[in-house]
Design a protein around this ligand. Structure first.
Ligand SMILES: CCCCCCCCCCCCC[C@@H](O)CC(=O)SCCNC(=O)CCNC(=O)[C@H](O)C(C)(C)COP(=O)(O)OP(=O)(O)OC[C@H]1O[C@@H](n2cnc3c(N)ncnc32)[C@H](O)[C@@H]1OP(=O)(O)O
Length: 384
């Protein structure tokens, strides 16, 4: 006679758990040991269990078929049941037999919460909730969140492992140190020259400073790569705008026009750029060792408020000064088709760039404002 075992069920968003009340489901037969086997010095009369592959669990479409031999409510017998699930499930099913029960896990085809297990509204009599595993939907969501948090904590702990981190930390520290030294040299040099030569120093900034500025700003391309490859936790767009924006001014406006070299605007642009960087890079250097100096953090996230608009203003002045020069010398002008003749002055590109600059200023100002809020909000929460 075929009998039905008691089945308990519970669900999560991605799977169904079934607990089938069958003891020793795998052990359907015991066989005496051959008489010549001995344990220690005495002849052995132990029974050796023989495991038969007699548990059969299959899923076709939405229907699960279970069959096994074991000890259930009606003693040692063959037990079976079938369930037609409410929604489709994946065909692969896993089960594990213990001495007390058979645990079956079925994966839902689509993630979600089911209002009941089977299609028929009246549940089969052999089916009951498994209160040991039972969770309401909101609790199951919480469980998922907790699992995710645990996984994230594990991941970040792994990232903080010495071997994993040393190379990255070393690289970032070295990069920030080089930039800090470069920009400090620029800032100190310009300040000292301003004190010594006064107004005259404004006219030869390019000749005295540009080599180091070229070096630092070319190297700054690394920051875009760092952001793009996730080496540091920052947005690619703001970093790209910053690096491309500055290099456009440095290489195209100042670098390619001799007429710009003696303009005081070079002084203002270089001074404003370096004034922020002498705080930003040491802030990152300390960050590499999870250290912080509160005053420096405050400066890094505050000094940009006046400096950024001033910097963009200075850059805009440089572009405006360069427009008539490009008109005159036709440098980088774009040749037009023969039928029209002539060429399109690069000054048109500069006019377009002026608009982009203010768009870039808006994007980065918003980004830095967000970073500032995030930084000080986190600090406040930590302090509470
Ligand atoms: C589509 C075509 C685009 C064409 C663009 C043309 C538009 C032109 C617009 C031009 C506007 C630019 C004008 C500008 O050149 C003028 C000036 O610079 S004036 C001087 C004042 N300037 C500033 O104040 C800006 C300074 N620059 C910056 O702050 C950054 O470059 C910026 C990308 C803008 C913002 O930085 P970030 O997003 O990185 O913010 P955080 O500092 O908070 O860092 C976030 C986390 O990442 C870690 N990090 C970042 N970099 C490093 C690093 N090098 N080493 C180690 N760690 C780093 C940092 O510690 C933070 O981590 P955590 O949150 O865990 O602390």
């Amino acid at each position: 006679m075929t009998l039905t075992p008691l089945v308990y069920w519970a669900q999560r968003h991605e799977e169904i758990y079934l607990r089938v009340e069958l003891t020793d489901a795998q052990v359907s037969e015991t066989r005496p040991l051959p008489s010549d086997i001995t344990v220690g010095s005495e002849s052995c009369a132990y029974q050796l269990p023989v495991f038969l592959q007699n548990i059969d669990v299959q899923v076709h479409d939405k229907v699960l078929q279970f069959r096994a031999q074991g000890h259930g409510a009606k003693g040692q017998n063959e037990y079976e049941f079938s369930l037609e699930f409410l929604f489709p499930v994946k065909p692969e099913v896993s089960y594990k037999s213990t001495q007390r029960q058979v645990n079956v896990v079925v994966r839902k085809e689509k993630r979600g919460w089911w209002e009941r297990l089977v299609t028929q509204e009246r549940k089969p009599v052999f089916l009951a909730p498994d209160f040991d595993r039972w969770l309401e939907e909101s609790d199951a969501e919480m469980e998922i969140r907790e699992k995710e948090e645990r996984r994230n904590r594990l991941r970040s702990a792994r990232l903080k492992e010495p071997g994993h981190c040393n190379l990255k930390t070393g690289f970032l520290f070295a990069y920030n140190l080089v930039q800090f030294l470069g920009f400090s040299w620029i800032f100190v040099n310009m300040t000292v020259r301003l004190f010594i030569f006064g107004k005259d120093s404004l006219y030869d900034t390019f000749h005295t400073i540009s080599d180091v500025m070229f070096f630092c700003q070319t190297l700054a391309a690394v920051e875009v790569l760092n952001a793009a490859f996730g080496v540091v936790r920052t947005g690619v767009v703001p970093t790209f705008i910053q690096v491309v924006g500055r290099n456009f001014i440095l290489f195209i406006i100042f670098g390619s026009l001799d007429e710009m070299h003696n303009q005081p605007v070079v002084f203002f642009v270089f001074y404003l750029w370096s004034a922020i960087e002498i705080f930003r890079y040491p802030f990152y250097m300390l960050g590499c060792f999870n250290t912080e100096w509160k005053t420096l953090t405050w400066l890094r996230y505050t000094v940009w408020i006046p400096l950024y608009p001033l910097g963009v203003l200075a850059e805009a002045v440089a572009v405006l000064q360069a427009i008539p020069i490009f008109d005159k010398n036709n440098l980088f002008s774009i040749p037009l088709p023969k039928a029209i003749g002539g060429s399109l002055s690069f000054s048109y590109v500069l006019q377009g760039y002026l608009i982009l600059m203010f768009l870039g200023l808006f994007i980065n100002f918003r980004h830095l404002h967000k970073q500032r809020k995030r930084r000080f909000r986190t600090k406040k929460r930590k302090a509470n």
